[in-house]
Write a protein that binds this ligand. Structure first.
Ligand code: C2E
Ligand code: MG
Ligand code: MG
Ligand code: MG
Length: 294
């Protein structure tokens, strides 16, 4: 924050803040090095079709393995990557790695779709190129049809620079790439954006799913979100399904897709193939139900 205020301003920090700043700067420096040395890899979490029980797509999730700190959560470093602009090279790496993996699954007969998380700054400002161009080029390079790929954005992008983000999202949509709204319900934007932006899928945030089967008011909220999505003719995905009760509840509401530890945690590319070949997610749920009723 102090950095953004410019050099003319002086700020005084308490010792605690200094420690925090130092850690923050260390993390930033490490992140710069990590981008140069490619200390990243991707995991893929299956997204399951709630009617057929099949894995329809996977979400690509970035991981950073620091030689000293071990694995660092994207929740920690993505915000830093955004502030420093490192998100641009990082985001391009994610896109190319994910599309390379996707084309190898396709070659093996698994015609999955893939979700790529795209943060606000990455979408709006990619080295003079817009993310739309980066995406178009990557699709061509990996020879992947656009309908196999969708991007996940969050509400913050929609309020950042409205005319420009609308233009970029419209171009991305025109490529044939669907736009998903991630973490729905956690942002601060108005609901009117659902009609103004070319969004076709809503991902209901895990925080709503967590208590949907224990709290009446959360259950009503989830139900209201699903009904709103349906009346806007949008597809719904529930994030963070951990229990069968949550699965049953969301399914009874008519939610289309589910993602969560109940079906699978994020997997390495190899483990994903094993997962796809050995069992469909619904089989596991059905098996468990059969076991439970014995
Ligand atoms: P997200 O896009 O909302 O991704 C879903 C997060 O929920 C993932 O955390 C996933 O591992 C976690 N999750 C899924 N199901 C469950 C469940 O049943 N229980 C629990 N406890 N967690 C579950 P992860 O991988 O730590 O990613 C955190 C966030 O970091 C993502 O949230 C996304 O906002 C961001 N992120 C991850 N990869 C990328 C990337 O390549 N680019 C950008 N820009 N952001 C990314
Ligand atoms: Mg996501
Ligand atoms: Mg999410
Ligand atoms: Mg989230």
């Amino acid at each position: 924050q102090a950095k953004r205020d410019g050099r003319a301003h002086f700020q005084y920090f308490s010792p605690e803040m200094n420690v925090e700043m130092l850690e923050r700067m260390q993390l930033e420096q490490r992140l710069r090095k990590a981008v140069k040395k490619s200390e990243f890899y991707l995991e893929y979490q299956p997204v399951v079709d709630m009617t057929h029980g099949t894995v329809s797509s996977v979400e690509a999730l970035i991981r950073w393995r620091d030689p000293e700190f071990g694995i660092i959560s994207p929740a920690l470093f993505i915000p830093i990557a955004e502030e420093t602009g490192l998100i641009e090279p990082l985001g391009e790496w994610v896109l190319n790695q994910a599309l390379a993996d996707l084309s190898s699954w396709h070659a093996q007969g698994h015609m999955l779709k893939i979700a790529i998380n795209v943060s606000g700054r990455q979408c709006i400002n990619s080295n003079g190129l817009s993310f739309y161009q980066v995406l178009e080029e990557a699709l061509l390079r990996h020879k992947i049809a656009a309908h196999y790929v969708h991007i996940e954005i969050t509400e913050s992008l929609l309020i950042e620079d409205k005319p420009y983000s609308l233009e970029i999202l419209q171009s991305i949509r025109n490529l044939g790439v669907d736009i998903y709204l991630d973490d729905f319900g956690t942002g601060y934007s108005a609901l009117s954006y659902l009609n103004q932006f070319p969004i076709s899928v809503i991902k209901i945030d895990k925080s709503f799913i967590d208590n949907a089967t224990v709290s009446q008011s959360d259950a009503k909220l989830v139900k209201a979100i699903v009904m709103m999505g349906q009346s806007l003719e949008m597809t719904l995905v529930a994030e963070g399904i951990e229990t069968e009760e949550q699965w049953d509840f969301l399914q009874s509401l008519g939610c289309n897709y589910a993602q969560g530890y109940l079906m699978s945690k994020p997997l390495s590319s190899e483990n994903l193939l094993t997962f796809l070949e050995n069992e469909t997610a619904i089989n596991r749920i059905i098996d468990r139900k059969a076991l439970a009723s014995v």
